[in-house]
Design a protein around this ligand. Structure first.
Ligand code: AFP
Length: 334
């Protein structure tokens, strides 16, 4: 009998297929999985902790609790990754500046960016949230500390990207440039098990995903396109259902498995949208493209953007190739 394909075995077998592999990625992915398990536990306990400590109902309780979890998750990821000597510099959505690694550790060949708890305003409502990560090969000379230059690379240079979804189950999805694989945490044994190998984003869908609360500020062409999804006059030839969680990891996860598109466009108020290029858009774009989909900012691909700032925002439209092709043609004339 073949045992379950747990994450460690998957990494080991994938590594065997590349005789020149150094094992760096194995260490990185295993430590990300460890951090994800710890954050998953914290997220699951968040509601109880609030009740037990009697914070509920206090004016700032929700805001504080949410901030606390953001900081906890940030520390958990940092602590899991700082000592493995695979990185030369880190970037966290929680920190304005690049994060240097402690002096006592050797500096490695990679740079990592992570958003430790994306969608955290949803915590109060027990809605799914997630962690997003993105890995680059360093471009500064090996040996010493990395710099901003190692982090500020275009998305097509990512060597790995992934997310962890803390939902009704905890799932870890990642790509190292050879397709996308998804693992589900078995809470009984504390292991991530491969449940969705080599995911391909479907061509057909029942859904579209965008915050229609902002539609009064949208470009007219986008409004017209989204309206067409509520009639049969669209590429799917049927009325679609709107699904919008407001937690990018959860919305992209559904899009990856269920097709269609997820968008956070620019509008008259948010002229570059809301999502961060380095922490949210690039890693999700790599995953979606590796699964056969497309991810654009408008006229061009997200992965081609030359970044200028660690926290810069970018409009995002990603999903099934057919849907993004149609949206790009209708809204951006390309
Ligand atoms: P928070 O971390 O503040 O909850 O923001 C989450 C997020 O960056 C992303 O995960 C969502 O897709 C997006 O914002 C939702 O934004 P809107 O609430 O404006 O729709």
């Amino acid at each position: 009998m073949q045992g379950p394909m747990n994450l460690t075995r998957f990494i080991y077998e994938t590594q065997k297929a590349f005789p020149t592999a150094t094992g760096d990625f194995s260490a990185i992915l295993n430590q990300i999985a460890l951090a994800a398990k710890i954050v998953s536990l914290e997220v699951n306990r968040a509601g109880i902790m609030e009740d037990v400590l009697g914070y509920q109902g206090e004016v700032n309780a929700s805001g504080d609790a949410q901030k606390k979890l953001d900081v906890i998750a940030d520390n958990v990821f940092f602590n899991a990754l700082e000592h493995i000597e695979k990185f030369c510099i880190m970037g966290s959505e929680e920190n304005e500046q690049p994060v240097k690694l402690p002096a006592q550790y050797k500096k490695g060949r990679y740079a990592i960016l992570f958003d430790p708890l994306d969608g955290s305003s949803n915590i109060d409502f027990n809605v799914s949230i997630g962690t997003i990560f993105s890995v680059y090969r360093r471009v500064t000379p090996e040996g010493g500390d990395g710099t901003l230059q190692d982090l500020l690379q275009p998305g097509y240079k990512q060597v790995a990207a992934g997310y962890v979804l803390y939902g009704s189950s905890t799932m870890m999805t990642f790509t190292t440039g050879q397709g996308v694989n998804m693992f589900t945490l078995d809470p009984q044994i504390g292991e991530f098990i491969l449940t969705h190998p080599d995911i391909r984003i479907p061509d057909t869908t029942r859904y579209y995903s965008i915050n229609e609360g902002n539609s009064a500020n949208w470009d007219e062409k986008l409004a017209t396109y989204v309206d067409s999804l509520k009639t049969e006059d669209n590429i799917h030839g049927k009325v679609l259902s709107g699904r919008y969680i407001g937690s990018m990891v959860a919305d992209v996860h559904r899009t990856l498995l269920g097709g269609g598109f997820f968008a956070y466009p620019s509008d008259r108020v948010n002229t570059s949208g809301k999502l961060r290029l380095m922490y949210e858009a690039n890693p999700m774009a790599m995953i979606i493209e590796q699964a056969g989909g497309r991810a654009i900012y408008g006229e061009g691909d997200i992965l081609g953007i030359i970044p200028r700032d660690l926290h810069q925002k970018v409009p995002v439209y990603l999903g099934s190739k057919r849907d993004i092709d149609a949206l790009q043609k209708a809204v951006f004339g390309k």
